[in-house]
Design a protein around this ligand. Sequence first.
Ligand code: HEC
Length: 153
Amino acid sequence: MMQKRPFGLATLALAGAAILAVPAIAQNMEAIEKRQQLMEDNGDAAKLGGAMLKGEQEFTADKAAQVFSQMHDIAMKFGDYFPEDSKTGGDTEAAPAIWEQPEEFQAALVKYQEDTQAAMDAAPQDIDAFKQAFGMVTQNCKGCHEDFRLDKD
Ligand code: HEC
């Protein structure tokens, strides 16, 4: 019995060290995964739009409406997934500027919401009208990524 005691203490000390090695800040993986999934869907919508412009997919007014309404839906939800505990973790590419300049990030979000709404209202019926609305909407991608997405490539 007496001999086992020091071993027990050493084990406890080791366990304590292991606990301390875990990062102190909990990472909100759920929020990170959720916002990345929304952006993946955003990418899919943009791909469908691009395919119609290239003639790889037949243009229809229905598909055009689908592209813009999906993007608008994403624009309305995306801002909900940036809690303080999701600044790092996983493979997030969210830039610190999102939390350092919240008003600018909010403005970029609102612009994306308004532009996708305007594209829905425009309801393009032919490829030329679609091209114009799609170009207006997709400027948001580049603009927001430049300011608020880390370039990890
Ligand atoms: C208001 C800002 C904003 C707008 C507008 C925006 N994005 Fe993003 N996007 C981000 C941020 C921030 C990330 C990084 C998210 C993360 O990794 O946590 C991102 C990441 C992505 C990703 C990678 C997702 C992944 O799986 O990691 C894709 C694809 C993407 N965006 C496509 C688009 C497309 C296409 C558009 C336009 C139709 C667009 N985005 C518009 C902010 C924006």
